[in-house]
Ligand binder design. Structure first.
Ligand code: DOR
Ligand code: ZN
Length: 356
């Protein structure tokens, strides 16, 4: 049994820099046509930095002549000006800016405290047709309520800038699903692979599982079902795939204060295939499920961003494979090796990416 779909995009990745970047970029390049690169680590705050970072990413590709295309973002801080938005929007590959609430996650210490301060910047983004990506968590709220508590800020933005395209990143709650479904055509959301299969039980329910820990944290079974329903059966075409693949070194995750982030790039499509072609789904034919997966990974996001659909295809085959325990890279110049534990490390996954 196998399925071929149009080549997917990943609208939310963390590529980092240096050795880590050289280790992880090929895992995204392998399966995806394009990836939207987040600007938190390293901090990318203007067009020039985005351009340099993009060049370093292109340098770490294993097939520089292939057609993998990094899409770039800049991070909004209190230093961002409308002029910086205008300049960045002219840089090849830059399509979006990312709003991190101050202190919400890794690399957000200089994030935004009050979205109303962003008025001139958001107006410039609307005028340059730049997309606003939002890490929608209210950092001071109880960890399980942070996403829902941030929705009023998103509502304020959407109300005051109806012409601005807004993406709520990595949503994890039924409330966020409903928010997007009820919103205008300019409001969309990315959903990760891991949030379609994890709940908080997988993080804390049987020992503490640092490789299942990320922000926003995986929530209840009801929330997870709402996400799965939205992508597999829902009518709204404004949900699309963003893996939020976020590698950290093994010792930074397996720690008394472990970093948030799941390195999912190597397994993301296999996990998604498990969700869409899983056995529990008695309502949809295989053809329907394949079409739903393709919309989620390869069509909805490109259409929202106004990009052409990818030309190539990927084939997912029912051929179980063992996920490596770690992805490693020897340190340059004799330095320590970079070791990253992937999502589903050591497990057997049913669906393999047979060709891409
Ligand atoms: O879990 C996360 N990791 N969430 C984020 O928002 C950032 C990311 C990272 O950069 O490690
Ligand atoms: Zn992220």
């Amino acid at each position: 049994l196998e399925f071929t779909i149009r080549k997917p995009d990943d609208f939310h990745v963390h590529f980092r820099d240096g050795e880590m970047m050289r280790l992880v970029v090929p895992e995204t390049e392998r399966h995806f046509g394009r990836a939207l690169v987040m600007p938190n680590v390293p901090a990318i705050e203007d067009g020039r930095q985005a351009d340099d970072y993009r060049a370093r990413i292109l340098d770490s590709l294993t097939s520089p002549d292939g057609d993998f295309f990094p899409l770039m973002t800049i991070k909004l801080t209190h230093r961002t000006t409308p002029e910086m938005i205008g300049e960045a929007s002219e840089v090849h590959g830059v399509v979006a800016a990312k709003l991190y609430p101050e202190g919400a996650t890794t690399g957000s210490h200089d994030g935004i405290r009050d979205v109303e301060e962003l008025r001139p910047v958001l107006a410039a983004m609307r005028d340059c047709r730049m997309v606003l990506c939002i890490h929608g968590e209210w950092p001071e709220a109880f960890v399980l309520e942070r996403e829902e508590r941030y929705l009023p800020a998103v509502e304020w933005i959407v109300k005051h800038f109806p012409g601005l395209r807004v993406v709520l990143e990595h949503i994890t709650t039924a409330a966020a699903v409903k928010f997007v479904e009820d919103a205008s055509v300019n409001v969309a959301a990315t959903i990760t692979a891991h949030h379609l299969v994890l709940s908080l039980d997988d993080v804390l329910g049987q020992g503490i599982r640092p490789h299942h820990f990320c922000y926003p944290v995986a929530k209840t079974y009801v929330d997870r079902s709402a996400l799965v329903y939205a992508v597999a059966h829902g009518k709204c075409r404004r949900f699309f795939f963003g893996s939020d693949t976020a590698p950290h070194r093994r010792h930074d995750k397996e720690s008394a204060c472990g970093c948030a982030g799941i390195f999912s790039a190597p397994v993301a499509l296999s996990v998604l295939a498990g969700v869409f072609f899983g056995d529990e789904d008695h309502h949809n034919t295989l053809k329907h499920r394949q079409a739903a997966l393709e919309r989620f990974t390869s069509i909805n996001g490109a259409e929202f961003y106004g990009l052409p659909l990818n030309e190539g295809t990927v084939t997912l085959a029912d051929e179980p494979w063992a996920v490596p325990q770690t992805y490693d890279r020897d340190g340059d110049g004799g330095g320590p090796a970079t070791v990253v534990v992937p999502f589903r490390a050591g497990e057997r996954l049913r669906w393999r990416v047979a060709s891409s």
